[in-house]
Design a protein around this ligand. Structure first.
Ligand code: TEU
Ligand code: CA
Length: 561
């Protein structure tokens, strides 16, 4: 595969609203991000992805954009973005923005014009349909955030518009070449401004079936899972290839797609050489255990499940392309709370999980706060929730017969708000996030878990992430850890996640004991030279004997073999 500038990079996701507030209004902002670039540099971050900072009514926290060419005053100004790009550049870092073009906000000018004249130019920017002859909505599709996908078009009671997310997020009609041209113009405008690329939101949704029809009803609400519509939609490649050729390709930009439902045979088209995207997220373990009924019916992802999902994704991509690896993002609970059984959660196990995913083949993404081991928050009432998806899932759970406590427990475990509580910088009030009142309450555990406390502690999660980055960048191992193949080792040994990264004769064995009890691991070769471990200072990993090595509880080790 052709070498590209982004293949050996480490990325970090900033959710601006919750990152750092520079002016005391309780909302994180771009100047806040700029002030932490040195911190990110020290963490080994090369690429910083900003979740949306464009003008938005914030119905879906910025994923509902009302002007693609501006910056919401809550987050700063275009000048701030230019300064961010320049400051990043000084540090050899890159800024990546969020591209949200499956839909815009219902407050975007395009939608307002579509409402004024549904048969005019901008009417064709959306999916506008007449009511059915019997007065019913055009199709029975359930939106991601609950309820049906159709909303009466303001001013036109006989017409509906399609929204697969919230009703304030009308879907854009990608079949219309004029719309596509407008999107490409906007992408190129940002790339010309100096950003290095985009994370591409909800992109699998841009292709709809040519014929809109009902699918089997799967809940009491009389609607069908939106996945049925997506399954039926063929030919997304045409749009994705065109976008790549017109925008990312000529700019040599980095693009990472939010792709959930790829089929193995499509992977080369998506992220192979000359593919639609540079990379796409691996969501194998993220979607594990999901239920069409709702969050209340989800199955937990145990260490064995985690390992199986990750290896399956690694296998299906092989060396064809580069996955982007995560343990969490702004839509998910905290990875440490999700993948580590609650009673086993500790700095040691957090570091073990970090080591397990960070050295996989692909681009490691760190989500803000992950590097200090931030955990889920416990939400004690519906009023503490902000996220529209969580609010809907709470209601879904109640409607399915759960008690309030059960509904709250389900939402607490999976709420997107878990990742959106402010970053815990210090042990001071509001975790040093703001001098005002934070827009979303901080996690009360900030006195124990915060960046300042971890700074000087050699055994902290933060310092372990730094060591992981250093290992990936160390010229001695950099090539194998970037371009090397990955082969699982002793894949069926319970709660052992081990794999070998190999390139040109160099082999690095990464082994993680994902349980509190020690366990023995048979080694593939006689050699076992440890180059990194998550053990506390003063502790040494055990030496092998008789071709085996003993791994302590939640021990993670990387060794040359
Ligand atoms: O997410 C797409 C998506 O499918 C997930 O939002 C998922 O359905 C949801 O998290 C379930 O709770 C992207 C963004 O990452 C997300 O923040 C936006 O809300 C969504 O698109 C709409 O833009
Ligand atoms: Ca602010």
């Amino acid at each position: 595969m052709e070498k590209k500038w982004w293949q050996d990079k480490i990325a970090y996701q900033v959710y601006p609203k919750s990152f750092l507030d520079s002016n005391g209004d309780g909302i994180g902002d771009i100047p806040g991000v700029i002030s932490k670039l040195d911190y990110l540099k020290q963490l080994g971050v090369d690429i910083v992805w900003l979740s949306p900072v464009y003008p938005s009514p914030l119905a879906d926290e910025g994923y509902d954009i009302s002007d693609y060419y501006g910056i919401d005053p809550r987050f700063g100004t275009l000048d701030d973005v230019d300064r961010l790009i320049a400051e990043a550049k000084k540090r050899n870092m890159y800024i990546v923005m969020d591209l949200v073009v499956n839909h815009c906000s219902d407050e975007h000018e395009w939608f307002r014009k579509a409402c004024e004249d549904p048969d005019g130019k901008y009417g064709h920017y959306f999916y506008i349909r007449e009511r059915n002859a019997d007065g019913s909505i055009p199709t029975n599709w359930r939106s991601y955030f609950g309820g049906n996908c159709w909303e009466p078009l303001p001013g036109h009671p006989d017409k509906y518009y399609l929204h697969v997310f919230h009703k304030k997020q009308p879907d854009l009609n990608w079949e219309n070449p004029e719309l596509r041209e407008d999107v490409y113009r906007m992408i190129n405008w940002w790339l010309d401004r100096g950003i290095a690329g985009f994370r591409i939101d909800a992109i699998i949704n841009i292709k709809k079936p040519m014929i809109f029809r009902d699918y089997p009803v799967d809940r009491e609400d009389g609607l069908s899972d939106i996945e049925c519509m997506l399954e039926d939609a063929q030919g997304i490649g045409k749009f994705l290839a065109e976008m790549q050729e017109r925008t990312f390709g000529p700019h040599d930009a980095f693009s990472v797609g939010e792709v959930f439902n790829e089929k193995k045979e499509e992977i080369p088209n998506f992220i192979g050489e000359g593919g639609y995207f540079s990379s796409m997220f691996d969501f194998g373990e993220t979607i594990f255990g999901a239920s069409t009924k709702g969050w209340y019916d989800r199955k937990p992802c145990l260490p064995e499940d985690y390992k199986r999902c990750v290896f399956q994704s690694q296998r299906s991509v092989g060396t064809v392309g580069f996955l982007s690896n995560i343990i969490e993002n702004h839509d998910e609970p905290r990875g440490v709370s999700r993948y580590i059984p609650a009673e086993e959660l500790s700095a040691r196990s957090k570091k073990a999980l970090a080591g397990a995913y960070f050295l996989l083949r692909g681009i490691p993404f760190i989500y803000q706060g992950q590097e200090i081991g931030m955990e889920n928050k416990t939400f004690t009432s519906r009023e503490e929730l902000d996220d529209i998806s969580s609010l809907n899932e709470y209601d879904v759970a109640l409607a399915a017969g759960c008690s309030r406590e059960e509904a709250l427990a389900a939402v607490s475990a999976y709420s997107r708000d878990n990742a959106r509580t402010p970053v815990q910088w210090t042990a001071e009030e509001n975790a040093g996030f703001t001098t005002g009142t934070p827009w979303l309450a901080v996690n009360p555990n900030y006195k124990a878990i915060n960046a300042a406390a971890e700074e000087d502690d050699p055994d902290s999660v933060l310092n372990f992430y730094r060591r992981l980055s250093q290992l990936r960048k160390n010229p001695e191992y950099h090539e194998a850890l970037t371009w090397g193949s990955l082969k699982p080792w002793l894949e069926t040994q319970k709660n052992l996640m081990a794999y070998v990264r190999e390139l040109g004769g160099q082999r690095i064995l990464v082994s993680v004991n994902m349980q509190c009890e020690p366990q023995e691991m048979t080694l593939p070769t006689d050699r076992y030279d440890v180059i990194l471990s998550n053990l506390e200072s003063g502790q040494e990993p055990e030496q092998p004997s008789g071709g085996k090595v003993k791994l302590g509880g939640w021990q993670m080790t990387a060794a040359l073999i």
